[in-house]
Design a binder for this molecule. Structure first.
Ligand SMILES: [Ca+2]
Ligand SMILES: [Ca+2]
Ligand SMILES: [Ca+2]
Length: 377
């Protein structure tokens, strides 16, 4: 344990002792970053997942609702002016599984539409996942939902950069004898999927796929999870950052001046401090990546300036023990997003997945389905 983190632990322990009557959950990190409750949803949103926003500051939030299947997967919208939440749309049902499971989503400023990853992997491992385009009119009303990309295994995160869509596919299911789980990142020009659906190649042929960009490798940790590329972030220069859910391997792929990408480079691997990379986002003001750690109930940071100096960019922002999230503490954080409120204050909004898996800090799918918020200013 480093000195700074040790000090944080001590501060947190003292604060926890002082607050012991109403806060029993262990916490680590600077109290000024203690997550607060941003929104508690009812059962309509029983597995919070993706976050994005449009130019007006309206927030879009997806929920695949894998815990209580009686509710369809859904995309919610929060009106920037009024703060009111409403249902934007239910996830379009897959003809293969008869369910819709919106996960990672991103508002595309280039065409004014909303795209979401339809994660069908837990319902079918037979390439049923897709990337969906929610076509919006100029007032933001939904006109229709269409399939932009199909033949995906587990569509997880989505980003856009200069006319291209980038997505992560968490499982390639190659059945490697060494037990390594492969996942990867794809790059699909928006023009290619504008008037027709782009189909990815089956995974045994992934290296021949014109849309395949780079792969991740996951050696399962004690919790036995081989899942690959999950969260994805893109800097203003177009550099990619991504990490594996199963082992927290954290990578970058640098964009070259001709728009192509250098091979992926492993930046950080330390299963004790970062055993699980779920959703990540780019913080342009601080020139860093913020990573959700579903396993540790934590948020980590990656300092890009340090990386460029050849130093380790890893840092810790917040961590707490198992908690139901009722007061805003993290409960299996899966996606962070930086957002400015009406006063112009910078906030970090965090979705809490709260769907237990073996070996995670979160032990119970409780009744508090929440988004947390941290003040960054
Ligand atoms: Ca994710
Ligand atoms: Ca929980
Ligand atoms: Ca909860």
């Amino acid at each position: 344990m480093n000195a700074l983190f040790g000090k944080c632990v001590l501060c947190a322990m003292m604060a926890t002792m002082a607050d012991s009557l109403f806060a029993k959950t262990a916490t680590w990190g600077d109290e000024k970053y203690r997550p607060k409750l941003f929104k508690r949803f009812g059962s309509l949103v029983n597995v919070p997942d993706g976050l994005t926003q449009d130019a007006a500051g309206n927030i879009y939030h997806s929920a695949p609702n894998l815990v209580d299947n009686s509710y369809p997967g859904v995309v919610m919208k929060r009106d920037f002016r009024t703060g009111r939440w409403s249902v934007l749309c239910a996830g379009l049902r897959s003809p293969k599984t008869n369910v819709g499971r919106p996960m990672g989503l991103e508002f595309c400023r280039e065409d004014g539409n909303l795209y979401y990853c339809d994660n069908q992997y837990f319902d079918s491992k037979d390439y049923a996942s897709r990337v969906m385009r929610v076509v919006l009119d100029t007032k933001g009303e939904v006109l229709r939902i269409e399939t932009a990309v199909d033949n995906v295994k587990l569509a997880n995160a989505i980003r856009f950069y200069k006319g291209d869509m980038f997505i992560t596919d968490t499982y390639f299911d190659l059945g490697r004898k060494d037990g390594i789980g492969v996942g990867g990142v794809y790059r699909i020009p928006l023009a290619a999927c504008k008037d027709k659906t782009v189909s990815l190649l089956p995974k045994p042929d992934y290296k021949k796929d014109p849309y395949f960009l780079c792969a991740t490798e996951t050696k399962p940790l004690e919790r036995g999870d081989d899942s690959g590329a999950d969260g994805l972030a893109i800097t203003k220069e177009g550099h990619l950052y991504f990490g594996t859910f199963g082992s927290g391997r954290f990578y970058t792929a640098k964009r070259k001046s001709d728009g192509s990408y250098e091979p992926a480079k492993l930046l950080f691997e330390d299963p004790k401090r970062f055993p699980c990379c779920d959703g990540i986002c780019y913080d342009e003001v601080a020139n860093r990546i913020i990573m959700s750690d579903s396993c540790l109930n934590a948020l980590h940071t990656w300092d890009i300036a340090k990386e460029e100096k050849g130093e380790c960019g890893f840092g810790e922002l917040w961590r707490n023990g198992d908690d139901n999230g009722a007061h805003g503490l993290l409960d299996q954080p899966c996606e962070p997003m930086i957002w400015k409120d009406r006063k112009g204050n910078r906030k970090l909004i965090i979705a809490n997945f709260d769907m237990t898996l073996p070996g995670l800090t979160n032990k119970k799918n409780d009744a508090y389905h929440t988004l947390s918020v941290i003040d960054l200013d």
